[in-house]
Design a protein around this ligand. Structure first.
Ligand code: HPA
Length: 273
């Protein structure tokens, strides 16, 4: 059997032994957003470490658990903590959680992250709706034997972030009076931040924000037919645009500061899905 499918199936069976919850929406919480889980009427919590074979984050302070519950009546699977490619996992492991949430029943994936602002009109603390992505600097998560039950070998990626969901997010932001930027997200491998020269290149290529997650997850979700939506918290100006050296602390501090508004926006979006 295909090892990727086999591992996924084993993880799926283990979660199904713990809960029969069927999410409509899957949500991955980025930096600073962990507290969003408190807004949920939680039904079941499953620690990643209790799922044999499931990738567990090695980054200090990343909780690492699924919270299955409802938000305003909408059944949601929330990932508090994700794993990144820079931790040394294969891309197929990095996207296993997304596929698992798809198998549990989620039709829509809402991705959040902290990202560096490349677009010079952006400021730290801005929220950016992802309109499209560049993932060419990291391997495709679909490399390897294709889990054929999930999707086709050569999937189309013409519109990963569908217009309907983008309009829902924009309406939600308008209702709340939250200013929302829009732009293209580029994924780099990390864990180092980019050099100013790389940021200049990425800007020339059309990227507005840069981060170390999300694009691979969006590809895996699109492959299996999920609707995808993404919002970035611009936690810092990217290297060379910011006058200061980049630090993880700055990223976390801005993400924490922006979290209340970001949380409110996500809640409003989920209500409307
Ligand atoms: N670059 C890459 N990833 C990031 C950044 C950045 O500037 N900020 C937050 N995540």
């Amino acid at each position: 059997m295909n090892p990727i499918s086999e591992k996924l199936q084993k993880c799926h069976e283990q979660v199904r032994q713990k809960t029969d919850f069927v999410p409509r929406v899957a949500l991955i919480l980025g930096s600073g957003l962990g507290g969003f889980a408190d807004m949920l009427d939680a039904e079941t919590i499953v620690n990643y470490s209790d799922i044999e074979g499931f990738p567990v984050s090695t980054v200090a302070g990343h909780a690492g658990r699924f919270i299955f519950g409802t938000l305003e009546g909408v059944p949601v699977a929330v990932m508090q903590g994700r794993v990144h490619y820079y931790e040394g996992y294969s891309m197929s492991d990095v996207v296993l959680p997304v596929r698992l949430m798809g198998l549990l029943g989620a039709k829509t994936l809402l991705l959040t992250n902290a990202a560096g602002g490349i677009n010079r009109s952006f400021s730290a603390g801005d929220l950016m709706l992802i309109t499209g992505q560049i993932s060419s600097f990291v391997p495709s998560p679909l490399i390897g034997l294709n889990p054929g039950k999930l999707g086709v070998r050569f999937p189309d990626m013409s519109e990963i972030y569908g217009n309907e969901l983008r309009e829902s997010v924009k309406s939600a932001a308008q209702r709340l009076g939250v200013p929302l930027r829009e732009g293209v997200y580029v994924q780099t491998s990390g864990p180092n931040y980019e050099s100013p020269e790389e940021i200049r290149m990425l800007g020339l290529l059309g990227a507005d924000a840069v981060g170390m997650s999300t694009a691979c997850e969006a590809i895996a979700a699109n492959h299996m037919g999920m609707r995808v939506c993404g919002i970035s918290c611009i936690s810092n100006l990217a290297a060379g645009i910011s006058p200061n050296p980049l630090t993880h602390q700055e990223v976390q501090d801005t993400a924490d500061k922006t979290a209340p508004v970001f949380r409110a926006l996500i809640k409003e979006v989920i209500k409307s899905i």
